[in-house]
Design a protein around this ligand. Structure first.
Ligand code: ATP
Length: 379
């Protein structure tokens, strides 16, 4: 678990005004005929960053990655890599390599030949190739599989061969398009940590494309959430989860409850919103006008369910009744129906749950939350 150590936690070049981005997409647009796949997108990625492009199928994330690799040419805009505009640099001369979801391994070649392929094409001397291949096999812990063909390997081992092959040319940036998509859940989770360790060890910049939010949250230093060819929010996983900047991100990442209402008061960084069930009082960076419609988003685990009324039942609290109970092993999900008919989702770790007298179906309960529990959405 090296990746969760101090180095990673203190790594935040995007927050340092003196640090320069390593990769910049500047006003990038990509059209296929009349269709705009990437729409005037601007984004910075930093050296040694593990960066994730996250979004639903068709949002343009692979197209963005392919433009960085040089497989697609932008219709407009610039891509700067390490201070250089790379528009006219062909893919094989960019300090970038791509690992595909399908791995694209040559079935008739051994593991070592697959890894050596690009190096041979570049005309690297034989002895150097052998040394580099040995180093790569060691890196991905496949030394004893050098002579096997891809079909004699498990899915996880094939993934590592593809990784070794894409790292063999020592790129400065590794692009990974759904790198773990072909693996089953358990292996995918293990491999996420292996990739993080490897990225730290090699000190490379990784840009990963995924539609799997858990994968992005686990591995990435920062995530760009994309929709319809645009970046909707770029932030650390914790910021994206705890302070989604709009309804799309709040909905797309994890579960969320949204309280719709009208702003009744705004003062000193606090906003009050009158909803059908809750009178919300929340600290807020977003300050809407009094009288405006507003939406407040709060994650399920931030809602407290109790039998007893909270100290101030008039603020950030509502009565309700238990509507559904889902036991998930590590946690229990309680759906609570509020007087307006809105059903809110709450969740509680089972380790923190009352075992003797748990809340059951149809019980009358209170749902409450703290002033810092959620955010007012921007739109
Ligand atoms: N060569 C192409 N010609 C025409 N349309 C294309 C081409 N490549 C991509 N598109 C379209 O551009 C849009 C974005 O595609 P892209 O592959 O970038 O999406 P994505 O977010 O990576 O989705 P997925 O996760 O399904 O790969 C899609 O609607 C796709 O159909």
């Amino acid at each position: 678990m090296k990746s969760l150590g101090n180095i990673r936690r203190s790594f935040a070049p995007w927050a340092d005004p003196h640090s320069k981005p390593f990769i910049t997409f500047r006003n990038i647009t990509k059209k296929f005929g009349d269709f705009t796949a990437v729409d005037n997108l601007t984004l910075d990625i930093y050296h040694r960053e593990f960066f994730a492009l996250l979004g639903a199928s068709g949002c343009g994330k692979s197209t963005l990655l392919r433009m960085l690799a040089g497989f697609e040419r932008p219709t407009a805009g610039e891509i700067i890599l390490d201070g250089q505009d790379i528009a006219d640099i062909p893919p094989y001369r960019r300090p970038v390599n791509m690992m595909f979801q399908s791995y694209a391994l040559f079935p008739h070649m051994t593991v070592e030949s697959n890894i050596a392929f690009g190096l041979r094409q570049d005309g690297m001397p034989k002895a150097d190739i052998a040394a580099r291949v040995a180093q790569m096999l060691k890196l991905v812990k496949l030394e004893q599989f050098a002579k096997r063909k891809p079909q004699q390997l498990s899915g996880g081992q094939r993934q590592r061969v593809a990784l070794a092959r894409s790292l063999a040319k020592q790129p400065k940036v590794l692009l990974l398009d759904e790198p773990l998509g072909a693996l089953d859940k358990k292996l995918r989770e293990e491999t996420q940590f292996e990739l993080m360790d490897l990225q730290q060890e090699l000190g490379l910049t990784f840009v990963v494309v995924t539609h799997d939010q858990e994968e992005a949250m686990t591995m990435a230093d920062r995530i760009a959430v994309m929709s319809h060819g645009k970046v909707v929010q770029v932030a650390t996983p914790a910021e994206i989860y705890e302070a989604p900047n709009c309804r799309f991100v709040a909905d797309f990442i994890g579960d969320v409850n949204i309280v719709e209402g009208k702003v009744t008061a705004v003062a000193n960084g606090t906003v009050e919103i009158a909803g059908a069930d809750f009178k919300v009082r929340t600290v807020s960076e977003v300050v809407p006008a009094t009288g405006a419609a507003a939406a407040f988003a709060v994650r399920p685990e931030k809602l407290k369910v109790s039998r007893a009324a909270p100290a101030d039942p008039g603020i950030n609290a509502s009565e309700g009744e238990i509507w559904d109970i889902g036991y998930l092993g590590d946690m229990t999900v309680l759906h609570v129906r509020l007087p307006s008919g809105q059903v809110v989702k709450t969740s509680m770790l089972n380790a923190q749950r009352e075992v003797d007298n748990p809340i059951g179906y149809d019980e009358k309960v209170w749902v409450s939350f703290a002033e810092t529990a959620g955010v007012v959405l921007r739109d």
